[in-house]
Design a protein around this ligand. Sequence first.
Ligand code: NI
Length: 181
Amino acid sequence: MTLLKIAAMGHPVLWARATPVPLPLSAATQDLIDAMIATMRDAPGVGLAAPQVYQSLRLIVIQPDREADAPMVLVNPELTPIGTTRVYGVEGCLSIPDWQGIVPRWETVRYDAVDRDGEPLAGEASGFHARVLQHEVDHLDGILYPMRLEDPRDLAFAREARHLAARLHAYAEDHGEDDAA
Ligand code: NI
């Protein structure tokens, strides 16, 4: 099992707009996907984008529920908000260790991508699944979650992150998500 080094905030690869993955997928890209899944699970995290492993490609793997879900591979994903509801939740990022922040996201999104076999992959996601998708697709556009904060005080060291709960309440939402992605 190959585990990949994860880029930390500050490395320029995380600020770049990633390029589409050429189709059909090469053997090298298939190997990258396997290594990304292994790296995400080992971290552990609920999602990983290729730029986080220094590959500026539009490719993400997610596993919103590590117990229940199989890993999902999305190549060249596009997201479209469904409705206008935004929800606030606490996020972490494997590229920003030891920090957490309150981030507003669309509650429901449609995703359009291809899977690792090159087949169309589309559907709707809500709640935490939608949050993970938005967090990971942001990585493909060079966006890290601190850029989405509404208030700098919504960012906390993990050891103080319990204090985010009161701030989250103030946003009148009830999401308490805190997995790293
Ligand atoms: Ni992240």
